[in-house]
Structures are given as C-alpha cells and as structure tokens.
Design a protein around this ligand. Structure first.
Ligand code: HEC
Length: 107
C-alpha cells in the first residue's frame, strides 16, 4: 500500500471516529464561514441550483450524508479544485459548516 493511500485510510478512520461531535456544530456560525471560505466556488444559498459544478450546498445537503460531507471537507480527492481547507479551519469550524449545509436540506 502506498504512503498516500495509507495516509488517506488513516485519515478516514480518524474521521469516522470523530463523527459523534457533529451535532454540536452551529448552523449560524457555519453560514458565516461558508460566506468567507466557500462562496468563491460554491452556491451557499438556501435552495441553490442543483445541476452545477461544484455542487451547491443545498444539493450537497440533499444527496450526501453527514459522514460524506465531513470527509470531503477533511480529505478532498486528489486533483480536485477543492482546497485543502482543513489546514486553515479549526475542527469545530468544520462541524459548524456541516451544520449549515445540513440546515439547507430541502424539507
Ligand atoms: C476553489 C474552489 C472551492 C472552494 C473555495 C471550496 N470548494 Fe468545495 N468543491 C470544489 C469543487 C470543484 C468540488 C467538486 C469536486 C470534488 O468533489 O472534489 C467541491 C466539492 C465539495 C464537496 C463534495 C461535494 C459532493 O459531491 O459530495 C463538499 C462537501 C465541499 N466541496 C465543501 C466545501 C466547503 C465546506 C467549502 C468551504 C470551507 C468549500 N467546499 C470550498 C471547489 C471548491
């Protein structure tokens, strides 16, 4: 197994071990973060258009589980334009972002 695969695997295990804390994220703080860090590429508005690239946060909320969203923020795929944002955000900020994305889920 290559070093990078091993790294990704251990990161994923770490991510799955920390999923319990998600409930504590605050959507209002997540919205502030989204407008600062994510709006450059993503549509972060409620009801954001679905068929676009990168996906709107509303579309992500509709189609992805918390675990999927969390791990895509923590470990974006190689060759993705998605920045390694986790190096500038505190872990609790990722929880806030997740709470905001979840709040956009269509009812
Ligand atoms: C420089 C542009 C850019 C910025 C800034 C950016 N993203 Fe992304 N993001 C992308 C692209 C392109 C994709 C689609 C490719 C991929 O999934 O890696 C993506 C995909 C994602 C996905 C996975 C979507 C899916 O299909 O499940 C999530 C979750 C996500 N971004 C969250 C965020 C959050 C949260 C922020 C702000 C902290 C952010 N992104 C900032 C470009 C960006």
């Amino acid at each position: 197994m290559s070093a990078i695969r091993l790294f990704k695997l251990s990161a994923l295990i770490l991510v799955s071990m920390t999923t319990i804390s998600h409930a504590e994220g605050k959507a209002a703080e997540g919205e502030v973060l989204a407008r600062e860090w994510c709006i450059r590429c993503h549509n972060v508005e409620p009801g954001g258009a679905f068929k676009q690239h990168p996906p709107s946060f509303a579309a992500i909320a509709a189609y992805r589980s918390d675990e999927q969203v969390y791990s895509r923020i923590m470990i974006p795929p190689l060759h993705s334009n998605m920045p390694q944002i986790v190096y500038v955000l505190m872990p609790e900020n990722v929880d806030h972002l997740l709470a905001y994305i979840r709040s956009l889920e269509p009812k």
